[in-house]
Design a protein around this ligand. Sequence first.
Ligand code: ATP
Ligand code: MG
Length: 464
Amino acid sequence: MNLTVDEVVKACRGKFIKGNPQESILGISIDSRNIMPGELFIPLKGERFDGHDFITEACKRGAAGFLTSNLESVKGCEGSIILVEDTLSALQDIAHFYRKKFPIPFIAVTGSTGKTTTKDLISKVLSQRFNVLKTTGNLNNQIGLPLTLLKLNSQHQIGVVEMGMSGFGEIARLTKIVNPRIAVLTNIGLSHIEKLGSVENIAKAKSEIFEGLEQNGKAFLNADDIHLLEIRRKFPHIEFKTYGIKNGDIRAVNIVSSGQKGITFDIVSDERTEYGFILKIPGVHNVYNALAAVSVGFEFGLNPDEIQAALRDFKMSKMRLEITEEKDSNLIIINDAYNASPDSMKAALNLLQEISSQRGRRAVAVLGNMLEMGTWGPPAHREIGRFVAEKGIDYLITVGDVAEYIAAGAKEGGMPGDRVFSFKTNMEAIKKLEEIKKEYDIILVKGSRGMKMEEIVHYLSCGG
Ligand code: ATP
Ligand code: MG
């Protein structure tokens, strides 16, 4: 890492207490359990732990220095000591300072659903030509994003980061740290509606991403999302590029979805038509995520062959519509237990219905609570229930209290009552599945992260 103690002091406007200002820091760590000798330890305050309590441990492991907001906590520590008011803000300031040492472009991805998938697709495409730094997994918050930036080295030519939020001000802070050249907005949905209160507020919070754009930076967005078009209208000074299936500067046409085998499509724009894009991941919604990657790829001068090669080779992260065919039971399991929002529920149900009709098999949906929706919860779950009925799903099992509204909506939509079951726990749902499942069924399992619906998947694939 190309950073000295003195630079850290300047970056976070801290008070240098002791140590060697010229000393180089080999890395930055917030976890005393795996800090390496020569690294700087930044103790963060969490809900359950205060990192300041682990400074002595970090010291024993050979940390070269410490940030602290409490001088008592560093008593007796060897190494450099820097006093700051707030260690999280300091981490962010240091990350910003460090990022500015590397004059490379960044692409920042935000939106309600599909951020991780889109970020991974964009990185995959750009990796055809460039050495890319990207957010690992889902490290998209006020801590994960700075830690990602601190991994930058002189080999990196471009960065792709995910930005998540649960309230106002968070994306603004992240974008100012990164200073992206391109902002990508995937869509606006109901995730985090409880805290933000309205879809308009969610759109407003996401559009904070423009506050940190480089001068002459651009925004790429999904033109089929009406809330995003509204954003476009509100920010006339920003250059927008759009993509979509119905609308957009770049559009996907001739889309053919072959269930678990994936999707093929062609791309048209005013200037050109490119044929034969293959995405070996399921779900038509992923065409939007891929279109973001195609648009960014063209922006950075990649040719269609390079982009196609990247998409063809792309593999999905775990628990996002992960499809397995069980050899013993002959079940097809769609594991979408990573999380759930109304949009991603619909996307998953579309896929379940598609595979079930293509293969002529029964479709079973096991759906858990979509959390953090407050008063929006009951109507949104009820609407998903109606969608389940509309799609002709054969059996519905709901898990959790608010998910009972999915069951109610399904019955209102005309689904026979003896095919709809509601339970409080995953274990009860498993027992019912044992009773109703038949060989060759296709079973979708999906719910919010807190519902741990992978327990059901695990049971189905390992028998408990
Ligand atoms: P998080 O807010 O947890 O970071 P995310 O925005 O990063 O989520 P992903 O992890 O990519 O999103 O996907 C989460 C869920 O949303 C998965 O179930 C996935 O299948 C679904 N999904 C992904 N892209 C879309 C999309 N464009 N439209 C609807 N659903 C999507
Ligand atoms: Mg994510």
